[in-house]
Design a protein around this ligand. Sequence first.
Ligand SMILES: [Zn+2]
Ligand SMILES: [Zn+2]
Length: 258
Amino acid sequence: MNYNYHTHTKHCRHAKDTPEEYILNAIDGGIKFMGFSDHAPFAFPDGYQSYFRIPLTEVKDYFAEINSLRKKYKEQIDIKIGFEMEYYKSYFPKMIKNATDFGAEYIILGQHFLKEEYPDGVQSTVKTTDKSLLCEYVDTVVTAVKTGCFSYVAHPDMINYVGDSSFYIKEMRKICIASREENVPLEVNFLGIRTGRNYPNETFWKIVGEEQSPVTYGFDAHDKDAACDMVSLVKAKEITEKYALNYIGKPKIRLLNK
Ligand SMILES: [Zn+2]
Ligand SMILES: [Zn+2]
């Protein structure tokens, strides 16, 4: 594994270390293709401030700093700059325009919230047996995949549905089919492996194998040590073999149009 397009920075307030520290560790670990994908800033209505994104006041710094670093290290590593972003139906046109205007070269989908985050959002990782929430998650991810804007789906199995498993399989299969049809890879998320989260969810990866959706890996680094996480790679490979996943390696980055 010589790529990773899922990297955060201290700008989002729940990650630490400087972009340069991430880059140096990545180079050290043999990473040749790297992408910064911190949580996309967005001005929600009514002045609501999202607590886990780059503040709008720091977006310029985010791009300026990484742009200068990528020049500095261009002989050693190819760096792209983008965002991890949700798909919220009513905000998306503005979110994608903002992202492009800020200078994002690519986005990956990270559907951290259901119901558009504000005003009545529900975190995707909250345990639920509510079938309607699962359906909403699936519909949202499928719609996002079909926009053609996202380079891949980060932690597609983030939803923490603990209800009827045959219903889960039937619904989540729709994400796998959309991924295959649109050729938008699904990410085995190394942060989930490192920290023992509800994902990777093996029930999901079994379906991914059956559908032969394209699969890629992402470190989801929130600190410099995770800028190259070859420890979690062992578990990711195990899942890949166990379910005969269609692992494509480095994802094709869909560059956003200016
Ligand atoms: Zn994060
Ligand atoms: Zn995420």
